[in-house]
Write a protein that binds this ligand. Structure first.
Ligand code: NAP
Length: 267
């Protein structure tokens, strides 16, 4: 009998996570475990996908990683792919929003990813030892991990922390046969990040991507074995520009570049 492909996707109740769950469900013998807070959304998606189950938790709760590990160990006894995708952004300058806003971002966009990974790592390693198939972790950061903008410093810092940790984990887990991939999306229109202002202007509409494109990149960076994927791909130029021409990037983000309205979230 073929081995099942068990994938855990956080933030699966909308946007990139939902698109990823739909994409992964097309893999042979896929069993998708959907995680987010909104149980009704997860159950509806699980019913639609068929071989899927839902775990409704707040990932910032202390008990969430243990609860998820227990559910997966008892239901599947293996894990082939962990997609650390859940995240959010709350606008505010440091002067206005202060440490409290930084703490919110770090708890959800960084600490929760590490705590869940720590809980799942033994099962991922065990699965990798017993299987010929690639076992992987995909961390969903952002191009904001490489280029910071006003009022999005806390978001950028949390995503930069995730990206840098991800690089170290990639090297650490290689000998254990657990692959670690990093995905850095640019602007993607989703429920949580509607990109309303960018989409409303003909000049900027084209830079807004779709969650399905990020889902393909997540497959590339997980089962596909890529170490890093920007979405869309040319966004790596923004990261390169930050290293090669920092003054130029600083000028464009602080002044003439796109500045989100208060209702617009960061990429
Ligand atoms: N869209 C973009 O432009 C963009 C660009 C770069 C990176 N990203 C990153 O991509 C990821 C997905 O974002 P998205 O655009 O798909 O936004 P989204 O539609 O708002 O999805 C966010 C997901 O995270 C879940 N979530 C939020 N807080 C949670 C918590 N405390 N516990 C458990 N789940 C929680 C949400 O579900 P519940 O509310 O049901 O809990 C939802 O499923 C995020 O990490 C985001 O930073 C997005």
């Amino acid at each position: 009998m073929a081995e099942p492909f068990v994938a855990l996707v956080t933030g699966a109740s909308s946007g990139i996570g939902e698109a990823t769950a739909r994409r992964l469900a097309r893999e042979p013998d896929a069993r998708i475990v959907l995680v987010a807070r909104r149980e009704d959304r997860l159950r509806q998606l699980a019913d639609e996908l068929g071989s899927a189950s839902a775990i409704a938790v707040d990932l910032t709760d202390e008990n969430a990683p243990g609860q998820i590990r227990q559910a997966i160990e008892s239901e599947h006894e293996r894990l082939d792919l962990l997609v650390n995708n859940a995240g959010n952004s709350w606008h505010g300058s440091f002067g206005e929003a202060g440490w409290a806003n930084m703490d919110l971002h770090m708890k959800l966009n960084f600490e929760a990813q590490l705590r869940l990974t720590e809980a799942m790592l033994p099962l991922l390693r065990k699965t990798a030892q017993a299987s010929d198939r690639r076992v992987s972790i995909v961390n969903v950061a952002s191009t904001a991990a490489r280029v910071s903008r006003p009022k999005a410093g806390a978001y950028s810092a949390s995503k930069a922390a995730l990206a840098m940790w991800s690089d170290a984990l990639y090297a650490e887990e290689q000998p254990r046969r657990v692959h670690v991939g990093l995905v850095l999306p640019g602007f993607v229109a989703t429920e949580g990040f509607p990109q309303t202002e960018l989409r409303s202007r003909a000049l900027t509409r084209w830079i807004v991507s779709r969650p399905e494109r990020v889902a393909e990149a997540i497959v590339d960076a997980g089962p596909g074995g890529k170490a890093e994927r920007y979405v869309p791909r040319p966004y790596w130029l923004a990261a390169a520009a930050r290293i090669l021409a920092p003054a130029l990037v600083r000028r464009s983000t602080a002044g003439g570049g796109f500045r989100p309205s208060p209702a617009t979230k960061d990429e």
